[in-house]
Design a protein around this ligand. Sequence first.
Ligand SMILES: Cc1ncc(COP(=O)(O)O)c(C=O)c1O
Length: 369
Amino acid sequence: MTSPQSMWPTWLPLREDLKNLSPYGAPQISGVLHLNTNENPFPLPQPVVEAISTRINQRIADLNRYPDRDAVLLREKLANYINLLSQTSFSKENVWAANGSNEVLQTLLLACGGPTSLALGFTPSYSVHPLIAQITATPWIAGFREPTFSLDIDAAVEKILTANPRLVFITTPNNPTGNVLPLADIFRIAEAAASISALLVVDEAYQEFSQEDSAVTLIGQFPNLVVTRTMSKAFAFAGARVGYLVASPEVIDAMFITRLPYHLSSLTQAAAEAALDNQELLQAEVQFLVSERQRMSSVMTKAGFSVVDSQANFLLFAGFPDSSSDTWKYFLDRGILIRDVGLAGFLRVTIGTVAENESFLTELLKLRP
Ligand SMILES: Cc1ncc(COP(=O)(O)O)c(C=O)c1O
């Protein structure tokens, strides 16, 4: 579905600035291998399925009532999870949860964005950031990454200070490139953002696949630092739609203003609570996916493709003879759905099961440069 400006009827008072937008989303095609949306390929283990079913069953009779509007238990469990990973001491006052980290970002931009604000990100990065900015009528400016996709930190700080945004976005590990920004560089960006009273939003959707310390460890020093996370990737929980942010209590207070009342259903809260109670089981495959990422990267590099150094559950690669769109189609014709992220000469593949990865590699190696 596309929506060029001329298609909208005159009786629909759609905002002028939205008329040229198309709905966001990767193709959803059945009967093919799904290596395009960075999901965890492993279904939930049976004991976790049972734990989630039990927890949901306990809540079903109460569906006549609205859910806990503040999702207190879930936020406590998320705070404990982060504390365990990062040796921090956050409480529910530092955590906000919503239907996926995309909703978290939208609620944040509703609070801190808008026409009189300005948001800055460094391209290429997660394309939903500028999209949510646009939807919330927040002007967006793009800084740029190096041709290798790393961030020149001095240039980034300079860009922040000259552009003077209210919000700065960093994704690490970055999507679609997979590379990380060292914590020392995030420190410098947080410092620059603080000096102009801007909020730094660090999107850590893929943090569990990375060796780098989380930016949550800097929140104590920088009250202007917000870290967004998701259960969609490492927790294999994309279908449940649970994302969250970790931040200073004042940020959480602001989220209470712009969230919709009862935004997180009782069933979602129950499922996420049970998932967090079973976090080791749910994340049992994370290390395996990391080792598969390393194995695939090495096979692809040895075959002559260039592969961006990734600490996420996907790889961005180049070196195939035809265009990205033709090569994307080549894979699709062979039953493998990967992602054309709009970077000329590059494609992105999600790490799947061994069988899925082997199918991908078999077809890729036929394109050996
Ligand atoms: C960098 C980044 N942030 C956020 C998200 C959104 O995740 P969620 O499923 O929690 O909305 C994604 C999803 O792919 C992502 O790549």
